[in-house]
Design a protein around this ligand. Structure first.
Ligand code: 8YV
Length: 310
């Protein structure tokens, strides 16, 4: 970025304050935010006329008010594709970690509790042969399904639109128009849709109550898609068997109740690291630079995010 543009870097990685963001949109032409920077209506309304592009370093754009940006003629881009496989890997990792008690087992060794193999110790639940319900069959959901098929899971999905017959056939996937009906029948539910006003608390208290007692819920998308308080209650009351969470409502705050549930082995919680690979981060940076460069050359950048299309 330094070679190509006149840049001001936030080199200590600290999330920028709203005042710093306002200062940036008043002076720069381009802003490169991350998930921790809230570019809301108030920030956008204070942008100067020179401010033209928000090149988000990330796939999800729920940190940006896309409509407000469009109204002001500001282009928004993101970094799709390059974090699909890493996020899908982490999703399957969480399914296994929760079902097979990976973190709990590792902890037992660290706390010197392992006194030797025994036939009934640390029993988890088998993954092979179970039903996986994917909420959101976009790029990441599809990548999860491909992996899950190899793990012997049967694939079910709910999505705004049915995917092509060819993809359904490749994955052996069953489409559920009714999310409620799918949830009631699944052993594992994976949340892979974007966070939008339409998906806020999509897994509501009512929907979580539809899950089977043996079900586990995995979320590598956004915390806001699940009613976190209702999820905690369902775990505490053993109405579901477990949760694997990479994302939380109100990050980086993590509810003490969730930490307690993780101590009890009912939840595996990790700090928003679904896409955290060195390769992924470099490719995200490449996408950001390509988008800025194409825009700077006077063309439409490849990863434009349009209102209503997330
Ligand atoms: C990113 C993510 O690393 O891309 C996303 O949507 O959730 C993360 O994995 C983050 O958004 C960076 O801004």
């Amino acid at each position: 970025m330094r070679e190509l543009f006149d840049v001001r870097l936030n080199s200590d990685d600290r999330p920028m304050s709203q005042a710093e963001l306002v200062e940036a949109v008043r002076t720069a032409q381009v802003l490169v935010p991350t998930v921790t920077d809230r570019i809301d209506q108030s920030v956008i309304s204070q942008a100067g006329s020179q401010f033209k592009l928000i090149a988000n370093f990330g796939n999800g754009v729920d940190n940006i008010d896309i409509e407000a940006a469009a109204r002001k003629g500001i282009t928004v881009t993101n970094t799709p594709n390059v974090l699909t496989e890493d996020t899908a890997d982490m999703t399957v990792g969480l399914m296994i970690a929760v079902s097979r008690r990976l973190v709990q087992g590792a902890e037992r060794i660290r706390s010197n509790e392992w006194k030797g193999w025994s036939p009934t110790w640390m029993l988890g639940r088998r993954i092979w042969g179970k039903q996986l319900g994917i909420v959101g069959m976009g790029r990441i959901g599809t990548a999860v399904a491909r992996r899950a098929k190899a793990f012997g899971l049967s694939i079910h999905y709910h999505n705004r639109h049915r995917v092509s017959a060819a993809v359904e056939e490749e994955l052996g996937a069953t489409y559920w128009e009714s999310l409620d009906q799918m949830l009631a029948r699944m052993d594992i539910v994976s949340v892979n849709c974007p966070h939008t006003p339409a998906t806020y608390h999509l897994l509501s208290a009512r929907r979580l109550a539809l899950l089977q007692p043996g079900a586990i819920v995995v979320n590598t998308a956004r915390g806001e898609i699940i009613d976190q308080d209702a999820l905690i209650k369902a775990l505490q009351e053993d109405r579901i068997a477990g949760a694997g969470l990479d994302v939380f409502e109100s990050e980086p705050a993590v509810s003490p109740d969730l930490i307690k549930l993780s101590d009890e082995g009912k939840a595996v919680i990790i700090p928003h690291m679904g896409s955290a690979t060195l390769e992924g981060r470099q490719e995200m940076g490449d996408r950001v630079i390509i988008n800025i460069r194409v825009w700077d050359d006077g063309h439409r950048p490849p990863d434009r995010v349009l209102p209503g299309r997330t």
